[in-house]
Write a protein that binds this ligand. Structure first.
Ligand code: NDP
Length: 334
């Protein structure tokens, strides 16, 4: 399977090229950049044979079987629709699109075309998150009462561009990080919020978009979820907690791209460290995607997972804007 990278991005360079190349028989054939010069330099630095500025030329190449879309967020929809129309498998970055309607359209188009479509929600590929999900699903903490996610980080200087000052490109911490927390919540609890209340702030990084958000979500089971996302917290650390009637899970340092962190189960028997493997999150995501192309299971994050995470993030931003409790509109997601 030869891949085209749509977007000469940091995430492709730092994680996804390696993850593609880690799959048997998968390679990166070409990269698309809006700048011929940057694309050529990126291709050279990453040992990619070709670079293009023309998406149609890439999609017309019969040797390209799959595309990885990691451009800025407003470009995901048109690029994914073009790739699907060309019959390519699509691994798309989060947030899938700028609107729920567009995200639903992408996923339905992929289903109609019979191509594999996935959302790159990497955290559900983490062994730590999978271990937490299993403990919850096995009932080891009893009935879940609440979950708290701490995802206030400090955006590194080299990423302080469109994310912090360009609403048109899909900037802001809510489309960037709240979508991940939405996906993690759904993944671990196995249910999705009905409504949310939220506040957001521009606390000092960038302009024109929020750099911090806090929200509380109501789950169908009655459980409550609290999340905190920010670009401006250099020393906060990350983590999540799940509290149930029979036990609590404390996971520190796990809201990250690295396979790190500590998970402790606390119950009547005391404190138990939960083991997990340290596989690369992105390699796992690509393995699941490659398997789905072969007809073996689903991608780790499906298109519908991407739609639902986006829907929750949109409800968070809407609630922060209106000051009201907002129902999550899943747009008819399956
Ligand atoms: P980047 O800012 O690195 O790249 C986005 C686009 O910006 C590129 O497609 C590129 O355009 C342009 N660009 C990159 N470098 C330069 C430069 N030096 N000068 C001018 N333009 C430049 O974004 P990220 O890699 O951080 O994010 C890309 C996407 O991936 C987003 O949708 C984001 O939400 C998602 N993401 C997902 C993560 C995950 O773990 N799932 C983690 C990080 C990001 P061109 O292609 O035209 O050259």
């Amino acid at each position: 399977m030869e891949w085209a990278l749509i977007g000469a991005s940091t995430i492709a360079k730092d994680y996804v090229i390696n993850a593609i190349r880690a799959q048997d028989g998968h390679s990166v054939r070409t990269v698309m950049s809006s700048s011929a010069e940057r694309g050529a330099q990126y291709a050279q630095e990453q040992s990619i044979p070709h670079s293009h500025t023309d998406l149609d030329a890439i999609l017309a190449d019969p040797d390209v079987g799959a595309v990885y879309i990691s451009t800025t967020n407003e470009k995901h929809f048109p690029q994914a629709m073009a790739a699907i129309a060309a019959g390519k498998h699509v691994l798309c970055e989060k947030p899938l699109a700028m609107t729920i309607e567009d995200a639903v359209t992408m996923v339905r188009a992929a289903e109609a075309a019979g191509v594999t479509f996935a959302t790159n929600h990497h955290l559900r590929c983490s062994s730590s998150h999978r271990a937490i999900r299993d403990v919850v699903a096995e009932g080891r903490i009893g009935r879940v009462l609440s979950m708290r996610i701490f995802h206030a980080v400090h955006l590194p200087p080299h990423l302080q561009g469109w994310r912090i000052n360009d609403a048109g490109a899909g900037g802001g911490v809510i489309p960037d990080i709240t979508v991940h927390d939405a996906d993690v919540t759904r993944f671990i609890l196995g249910e999705e919020p009905v409504n949310v209340v939220a506040q957001m702030a521009a606390s000092g990084m960038g302009s024109g978009v929020e750099d911090s958000a806090m929200s509380v979500w109501s789950m169908p089971s009655g459980a409550m979820v609290m999340t905190h996302e920010s670009f401006t917290h250099p020393f906060a650390g990350s983590g999540l907690e799940v509290h149930g009637t029979e036990g609590s899970i404390f996971a520190s340092g796990v809201m990250t791209q690295q396979p790190v962190g500590e998970i402790t189960l606390v119950n009547e028997e005391g404190r138990t460290a939960l083991p997990y493997s340290n596989h690369d999150l992105y390699v796992q995501g690509l393995a699941d995607f490659a398997g789905a192309i072969r007809g073996e299971g689903q991608p780790a994050g499906t298109g519908w997972d991407g739609v639902k995470a986006l829907a929750i993030a949109h409800a968070v931003r809407k609630s922060a804007e209106t000051g009201a409790r907002e129902a999550v509109n899943y747009g008819g997601a399956a």
